[in-house]
Design a binder for this molecule. Structure first.
Ligand code: FAD
Length: 503
């Protein structure tokens, strides 16, 4: 017999109004439309938001396009800037710098990856760096930026970029978007959570004011505390501190500089690393560190001594434990954002993981029956995704020659997951990069960071011999020339912003 019961979810409650809460609210309002379900978002001004997620990766473009945002308006309203990649300073060894760009290095030729040809020349003593073959890296070094244009086979047709933005303004921007589409915001502190007696499903949350907000599906975007997923449902947390030892950050904005860079800078420090994220109205800075190796005061002192301009506030301290919530979806609660875990901000992946969590939830959107198979699949996909990102981040810490401080010596000598060891072994043989199909970071990223951190391959992919050494040299010289002339065509980022999206 056909089941005619109406199982549709009609009340969705989002707990939390940080980046995760508003990104989820905006996406659901857009994708589900106004009449599908009531969406209520609860946030507490007293508790506030983390508000330091300011750098992104190119996948955010997919989210913005899904919402139908006008990119110039988005950059203007968030005081944003453009990001072509990340510059790593002093990571592999002191005094050494490398760039992890978005977009590919060079072009594949004769069905063989560009990386193989580069590796061959590199082993033959050729001095050119990988960066010379990336338009994004060459342009970033001169503070240039523009969006792709229709230029045939030129790399100017394919410029990969992401954004830096003010996280507070971004949340406000998305809030406007979501509220215009029917999302109802409730301000107040949740002091009690009601569960159904028979199965522990969440039924309602209660605010300090006494107001009771009922729901059928709850999205926990309450940040590190995991109000529903952990404090109520006791899901458990897998701690990754043994591989990702930083557990605190001191953050401070400073005055911006006139020609700001179209990239994030990450500088290794004695007990962690410092970010520099240039926005239109200020530069965001923070020292991510291990509290086992340095005190809060020392971290703040180092941070303040290494700013491009005058600080605009006192340093703010944040605490975290790197790792992941054992299950992101339990009963009728789905954790998105920091409530589902935190890898650490080195490769700006948190906002992407929010977007990816929302996408997976929409793909497996439940009804009131909450099919366990969907939930299990969601949890499995979330686990695999975060572990893959985790390995990529560990690589940065582990592959270092630095032994000049106890922190770096510990990172250099730590044992790493087997999944990462396999990647090292494959690279060390013939310079091969292997990644799973859906893995977030692509071959360019792995290549950039493995080579940048100093991993050496003994050989190169034998099929790169399809071209003679002289032919390989000539073709790679041509690629460098094209990257150079293409970059020369691009305006300074500051000029591009002034003409298109100045706040
Ligand atoms: P939060 O911002 O903590 O929001 C939690 C919300 O829940 C708030 O609205 C709060 O009011 C509400 N809430 C909590 N408890 C209650 C309650 N009892 N009642 C009512 N409301 C409640 N990500 C990137 O992608 N790029 C970066 O460059 C980056 N840098 C980072 C640097 C640092 C040092 C840190 C710690 C994080 C960084 N992140 C970055 C991560 C990014 O900040 C987060 O992913 C993002 O801010 C999302 O946070 P959230 O919305 O999950 O949590």
């Amino acid at each position: 017999m056909t089941d005619t019961t109406d199982h549709r979810i009609r009340k969705i409650v989002i707990v939390g109004g940080g980046t995760a809460g508003w990104m989820t609210a905006a996406a659901m309002a857009k994708l589900l439309g106004r009449d599908f379900a009531d969406i209520t978002l609860v946030e507490s001004d007293d508790i506030g938001i983390v508000g330091v997620g300011e750098a992104t990766i190119p996948q955010i473009g997919i989210y913005n396009r899904m919402l139908g945002l006008d990119e110039d308006e988005f950059v203007r309203k968030t005081q944003g800037s453009f990001k072509l990649g990340i510059q790593f300073v002093d990571w592999g060894r002191k005094g050494h710098t490398y760039f992890h760009p978005f977009g590919p290095f060079g072009v594949d030729m004769e069905g063989v990856s560009f990386h193989a040809y580069w590796q061959r020349l590199h082993l033959a003593g050729d001095p050119h760096r990988l960066e010379d073959y990336s338009l994004q890296a060459v342009a970033a070094a001169e503070n240039r930026f523009m969006r792709a244009i229709d230029a045939g086979r030129s790399p100017l047709s394919r410029i990969a970029y992401a954004f830096h933005f003010d996280a507070g303004l971004y949340a406000r921007f998305l809030r406007g978007f979501a509220e215009e589409r029917g999302v109802v915001r409730r301000e107040g502190k949740i002091v009690d959570v009601e569960q159904r007696a028979e199965d522990g499903f969440i039924q309602a949350v209660k605010l300090e004011s006494g107001e009771r907000i009922e729901g059928e599906l709850f999205i926990d975007c309450s940040g590190f505390r995991g109000l529903l997923i952990e404090q109520t449902l006791k899901t458990g947390y897998e701690d990754w501190t043994r591989w990702l030892p930083c557990d605190r950050a001191a953050a401070v904005p400073c005055e911006s500089v006139p020609t700001f860079t179209p990239y994030t800078r990450s500088t290794a420090r004695d007990a962690g690393w410092q970010w520099r994220i240039p926005l239109q109205h200020r530069t965001g800075n923070g020292y991510v560190y291990s509290s086992d190796h340095i005190s809060d005061d020392q971290a703040a002192e180092t941070l303040l001594a290494n700013l491009d301009g005058k600080p605009l506030a006192d340093p703010r301290f944040l605490r975290f434990v790197t790792g992941r919530r054992k299950q992101a979806w339990v009963k009728n609660v789905v954790a998105i954002g920091l409530s589902s875990g935190f890898i650490e901000p080195l490769e700006s992946t948190s906002i992407h993981l929010i977007q990816s969590g929302v996408a997976k939830l929409m793909q497996m959107f439940p009804d009131k029956r909450f099919e366990p198979a969907d939930r299990e699949r969601f949890n499995r996909m979330t686990q695999v995704e975060t572990e893959q990102v985790r390995d990529f981040i560990i690589l940065h810490y582990h592959l270092t020659e630095r032994d000049d401080t106890p922190f770096w010596d510990r990172c250099r000598t730590m044992d790493v997951p087997d999944s990462l060891k396999e990647k090292y072994r494959l690279f060390e043989g013939y310079g091969r990069i292997f990644r799973e199909n859906d893995e977030l970071f692509n071959d360019t990223s792995w290549m950039a960071v493995m080579v940048g951190q100093g991993l050496k391959a003994r050989g190169y992919d034998p099929v790169a011999d399809v071209l003679s050494l002289d032919e390989t040299r000539a073709r790679l010289a041509e690629i460098r020339r094209v990257m150079r002339t293409s970059a020369d065509y691009m305006p300074l980022q500051t000029e591009f912003i002034r003409n298109n999206c100045a706040a």
